[in-house]
Ligand binder design. Structure first.
Ligand code: UD1
Ligand code: CA
Length: 496
């Protein structure tokens, strides 16, 4: 049986102060959009139905929902007439809603799932018609205030712009997260007025309306007020990002991950780290990245959608869509692109770029190489400066290097081409046809030294001087050797 609860997320507002072409709720925070975080926080409500009110940038928000939360139903609020109006429109699209309706502002990304669960449990346990999540904050500027009567019960929620001076001094604020009884909510929404400073229908007025009608309304206090912080401009977005970074890092450290410098380590909420993984400073771990036990990442490393296996190390590298095998090593200063797969103990050293390249166990690409569209066998060794020429200007082609093959430095492997198992390629070769197993492929032009060229073409240069000095020394040496030979021939080894 599906749950009878309904979740409504309010995401129709423009977010003017973001000054952005992107709707506010689509701005990103460590791996999820603002609305993505709110959807994740609402997940344990186990709603039979999740409605997202869209308006500004409705097409973009709807497309995003289809990608990240296909079960969520967008409901269009063509004109943004206030939070109460938004919920009214949502409920019009869910006429059979009964039981608990959880309403969440779409711009409160630090909200924890546990807090939403606690709110809903408290609401359902007390049988209140409406329960608001509140928080005590140092600076309540801009937020709705919780106004309590003499006995401490909730009287009303007042927006700052409609508040009296004593009300403005209240530091208990409305977080914009609520649980309602569906029937009571629907009745109260029908009675909302627009008699306020903004001329909008305020969802918050539902509390006074229900209270006046003799229904029970309640306040649930959030233990951690930072969870209730909203996001109104990009400076706030940056503060929220830093708070979330600290929270994520703290959680990983408490579960056994070493993070050497949490202030410069940014881990998306979608990343998975294992016990005894080590993350060194100034590293960014994004997307579906996983880092296994005993692996060391960083310093100065970015991993996007990458798997780092047990005991591997990745140092000062930029890695996107790669799988790094057990005890493999990467870096420093290398760029691994999608489709890179490193076998166990494989090595990608310094200043190497790989793309769609599969390295077998123990294969080595130690220095200054581009390996694109390549299969490199186990224990093969690719010399410094090798280029896998995979692109002919029209199409990409594949290169295969067999197990334990040895490619000499500064070679070009012109795809499609295959270097057989155990074959060698001579340094400086341009290889365009297959090298059979165990053979040597060599395309070097024969070397020729033109004697005396410098003396004729570059007379008087430092090179010329060095060459003359070497020649003079050589002659002297020859002379000595001649004498030495003569001496040894006579058995006289005495030195002068
Ligand atoms: C609201 C609350 C305030 C609370 C604060 C917490 C009201 C009247 N006030 O104020 O008490 O302290 O949140 O952050 O509810 N939205 C729509 N359609 C609309 C208007 C808003 O979908 O017509 C959405 C916005 O996109 C946003 C959310 O509702 O996600 C809240 O709207 P916003 O204008 O930010 O309300 P606040 O002024 O912050
Ligand atoms: Ca807001």
């Amino acid at each position: 049986m599906t749950s009878s609860r309904t979740v409504v997320i309010l995401a129709a507002g423009e977010g003017k102060r973001m000054k952005s072409a992107l709707p506010k709720v689509l701005h990103e925070l460590l791996g999820r959009t603002l609305v993505g975080h709110v959807l994740a926080a609402a997940a344990p409500v186990d709603a039979g139905r999740t409605l997202v009110v869209v308006g500004h940038g409705a097409d973009a928000v709807t497309a995003h929902l289809a990608a990240v939360a296909p079960a969520a139903v967008p409901v269009l609020q063509a004109v943004q007439n206030g939070t109460g109006h938004a919920v009214r429109i949502a409920l019009d699209a869910a006429t059979d809603a009964r039981g608990t309706v959880v309403v969440l502002n779409g711009d409160v990304p630090l909200l924890r799932a546990e807090t939403v669960t606690a709110l809903v449990e408290a609401h359902e346990a007390t049988g209140a018609a409406a329960t608001v999540l509140a928080a005590s904050v140092d600076d309540p500027t801009g937020l709705g205030r919780i106004v309590r009567s003499a006995d401490g019960s909730l009287e009303r929620i007042v927006e700052e712009r409609d508040a009296s001076d004593p009300q403005r001094a209240i530091r208990e604020i409305n977080a914009g997260i609520y649980a309602f009884d569906a029937v009571a909510l629907r009745a109260a929404l029908g009675k909302l007025s627009t008699d306020n400073d903004q001329g909008e229908e305020y969802l918050t007025d539902v509390f006074a309306l229900l209270g006046d009608a003799g229904e029970r309304v309640a306040v649930h206090l959030a233990l951690d007020p930072t969870e209730t912080l909203g996001c109104n401009d990009r400076a706030e977005l940056a503060s929220l990002r830093a708070l979330l970074r600290d929270r994520v890092n703290r959680d990983w450290m408490r579960s056994g991950v070493t993070i050497l410098d949490p202030a410069t380590t940014w881990v998306d909420v979608t990343v998975t780290l294992s016990r005894d993984a080590v993350i060194d400073q100034n590293s960014q771990l994004y997307g579906t990245t996983t880092v296994a036990s005993g692996a060391v990442v960083g310093p100065d490393t970015t991993l996007v959608d990458t798997v780092v296996s047990e005991g591997a190390s990745v140092l000062r590298a930029h890695v996107v869509g790669a799988r790094i095998g057990v005890e493999a090593t990467v870096g420093p200063y290398s760029y691994l692109r999608p489709g890179t797969v490193l076998g166990a103990k494989a090595k990608v050293g310094g200043f190497v770029e790989t793309k769609n390249a599969v390295l077998g166990d123990g294969a080595k690409v130690p220095h200054l190489t581009y390996a694109g569209d390549a299969t490199i066998g186990a224990k093969a060794n690719i010399g410094a400066g090798t280029i896998f020429a995979n692109y002919d200007g029209v199409a990409k082609h594949h290169t295969t290097v067999g197990d334990a093959a040895f490619v000499g430095s500064d070679s070009v492997l012109i795809a499609p081409v295959e270097i057989g198992p155990g074959a060698y390629v001579a340094a400086g070769s341009a290889i365009a046809s297959d090298v059979p197993p165990g053979a040597l492929g060599v395309t070097r032009a024969p070397q020729r030294s033109v004697d005396g060229w410098v003396a004729r073409k570059r007379p008087g240069t430092v090179s010329d001087a060095a060459a003359r000095a070497a020649a003079a020394e050589g002659e002297q040496l020859h002379g000595e050797q001649d004498r030495g030979d003569a001496n040894s021939a006579t058995g006289d080894t005495a030195s002068e």
